[in-house]
Ligand binder design. Structure first.
Ligand code: TRP
Length: 460
């Protein structure tokens, strides 16, 4: 967190003023009544905000293609914090989405000096193994390495033309002192996020990226860049409806009939407008106001929910005409579970979280020492009750270990009434965590020799 309110994806300081973040960065709040089969993290308000989640939900409801993309930093061990993202990826997969997993080995090399071979080993033996154990389905998942997928890097380079250092300064708070690794890594991540839409990786479709709020700068950057590549802009029309306008750029000015000195070739322009008009008519809009000379087409009868089908059709056209035809990513954001010692969870501070392969002893020791919401004496606790908002063991049950909603409500009631003591809460958390960890450990043994099934063909 920088002083000016930017979020720094490389900092280990947490900023948990969620409502400020939602309004500052224009996120939308998750409305679970709109979700098909909301998962545990949705029902509990842990996945709290999004950008364009409604687009992803629409694909789920209509059974049209949807991709989900996540990325992992191959450093350190996998812990509870990481498992939350996989929970969400799994949810999208269960709703029919295809899954792409980026191993950020170039980012790890650039920002942390981790060799590609070390990164590869950590990614497979630590992260992918646990993803498998958590229930990701290999037949609908594809893991790749940034270093082994030239298309991702090429996109990163190509899209670099659409941004500059001032934008990086504004988004990430960079200064003249900033290491260039932190300039390179986000551009590769932009490539990660959009490349599944390339023909060879599944083609044009929305891609949803579930992340912690710390990764939002990358999504803002990606959305901004992709917006600039569009050949057709779609905006609300002042007097109602939507308006499509051509976005004339170096690479499309001939195609859009802009000649030397800005003179418009009427025939070429009319032909483009015929094609756009046909597309919009096929979507069921009869009343159109076309102004080829100004490059605009007004659709008075369109509403905001028509934006997505119009966008998809126009991106198809953009591709036919030779453009990139990429959609801005959708994203969802989850709250962070607190670290066990009160601050943020961190791989480099093992006492702050539980690792997927922690032993029972190590886990239970950490839970016993975790920050509690209990009162300082039993007498006082019985009288005033415990504070679930402060109690790490309670929150770990809520975030991870207790799947049953009514059990959570019951535990909360017991604790806040003072009937349940802090020690009881810790004991319950230890029992549930032990079940959770041992199930994952058993599943790891089933998958250990089958991890190839997750790897994309270009990852060998
Ligand atoms: N930057 C992410 C991290 O630090 C890793 C990552 C790379 C990623 N590419 C991604 C995450 C794409 C989400 C989507 O953990």
């Amino acid at each position: 967190m920088n002083g000016d309110g930017a979020i720094d994806p490389w900092s280990s300081e947490g900023d948990t003023d969620y409502s400020r973040i939602v309004s500052k960065f224009g996120l939308q709040k998750v409305d679970i009544s709109q979700l098909p089969n909301p998962g545990m993290l949705h029902r509990r308000g842990i996945v709290f905000a999004h950008r364009d989640m409604d687009v992803a939900v629409r694909c789920i409801n209509e059974g049209t293609p949807l991709g989900v993309l996540t990325g992992l930093m191959p450093s350190g061990g996998m812990h509870l914090g990481h498992s939350m993202v996989i929970e969400q990826v799994k949810w999208f997969q269960e709703q029919g989405a295809d899954v792409t997993v980026a191993v950020a080995d170039l980012e790890a090399l650039a920002t942390r000096g981790i060799s590609l071979s070390k990164g590869r080993k950590t990614a497979i033996e630590e992260y992918i193994l646990n993803y498998a154990a958590l229930g990701l389905d290999p037949s609908k998942s594809s893991v790749y390495f940034q270093s082994a997928r030239p298309e991702v890097q090429r996109l990163g380079f190509k899209l670099g033309r659409r941004t500059n250092l001032s934008e990086f300064e504004a988004i990430y708070g960079f200064t003249g002192e900033t290491n260039l690794a932190h300039v390179q890594a986000p551009m590769v991540q932009v490539g990660d996020i959009v490349h599944p839409q390339l023909e060879e990786f599944g083609g044009l479709r929305p891609i949803v990226v579930p992340v912690g709020i710390d990764q939002d700068p990358h999504l803002r950057l990606t959305r901004d860049i992709i917006g600039k590549t569009h050949w057709f802009n779609i905006n609300p029309r002042k007097s109602g409806g939507l308006i499509i306008s051509l976005s004339i750029q170096d690479d499309n000015s001939n195609i859009f009939g802009v000649g030397k000195g800005g003179k418009i070739n009427r025939d070429i322009r009319a032909n483009i407008f015929d094609r756009v008009t046909r597309i919009i008519s096929l979507l069921g809009f009869a009343d159109l106001i076309s102004n080829p000379k100004h490059g605009t087409l007004e659709i008075p009868g369109a509403t905001n929910s028509d934006k997505f089908p119009i966008r998809i059709r126009l991106l198809e056209l953009e591709r036919e005409l030779g453009g990139l035809g990429l959609m801005a990513p959708c994203s969802t954001y989850h709250r962070f579970a607190p670290g066990m010692t009160g601050g943020k969870m961190s791989s480099s501070k093992p006492e702050t979280t539980i690792f997927m392969n922690d032993t029972f002893d190590s886990m239970s020791k950490k839970v016993k020492r975790a920050v509690s919401g209990g009162k300082s004496t039993i007498e006082e606790h019985r009288r005033l009750g415990g504070d679930c908002g402060k109690d790490v063991p309670f929150q770990y049950l809520e975030f991870f270990f207790e799947q049953n909603d009514s059990a959570i409500i019951e535990i909360k009631r017991e604790y806040e009434s003072g009937r349940m003591l802090a020690g009881d809460m810790k004991q319950l958390c230890i029992e549930k965590a032990a079940d959770w960890l041992s199930e994952i450990s058993e599943k790891r043994e089933i998958w250990r020799d089958r991890l190839d099934e997750f790897l994309a063909p270009d990852s060998n």
